[in-house]
Design a protein around this ligand. Structure first.
Ligand code: ATP
Length: 140
């Protein structure tokens, strides 16, 4: 069965997640407040909708509660990221992954029920460091 995802916020990170999930054949609902972003993803994601994820009514109308896994990729607006996560968890979305800007942001997200918190730059930095070390080991 096809799994259903939603990606909220189509900045560099959200856009990349959305493109990859779509390329893998997943059913993806792309959401952003900006029309320009939605126009860009109209032919990439299964559905692309202009909406403010902090608007509870709009999220309800989109049927977000029925989606298996929602990725919140809102960057700078920490308040919007927190409020969106809160709404999704109150709606009963099973899996919510959120991009965090800082350790404080992460702490709040976990407290309000985010299932997974990621720091793309920090996590990728760690991965690269480990891969550099293992490549060095192989070189010797
Ligand atoms: P990246 O580093 O991945 O590019 P960023 O940290 O610069 O991301 P932003 O550009 O701040 O992230 O936000 C990512 C996207 O989230 C933007 O396209 C923005 O329009 C969208 N966004 C911000 N707030 C909301 C909201 N309340 N509802 C829906 N989309 C939102």
């Amino acid at each position: 069965m096809k799994r259903e995802f939603a990606v909220i916020g189509l900045g560099r990170f959200g856009a990349s997640v959305c493109r990859e999930l779509s390329a893998e054949g997943m059913d993806v609902l792309a959401i952003d407040v900006l029309e320009s972003k939605i126009n860009e993803f109209r032919h990439i994601a299964s559905h692309a909708v202009i909406a403010d994820s902090t608007d509870e009514k709009a999220m309800k109308e989109l049927g977000i509660r029925n989606i298996d896994h929602v990725i919140v990729a809102i960057g700078d607006d920490i308040q919007a990221s927190i409020l969106t996560t809160l709404i999704l968890k109150e709606f009963g979305v099973k899996k919510v992954t959120v991009k965090a800007q800082s350790n404080h942001h992460e702490k709040v997200l976990l407290k309000i029920g985010a299932d997974q918190v990621i720091h793309p730059e920090r996590d990728m930095g760690r991965k690269i460091a480990h891969s550099i070390i293992s490549n060095n080991f192989l070189d010797h």
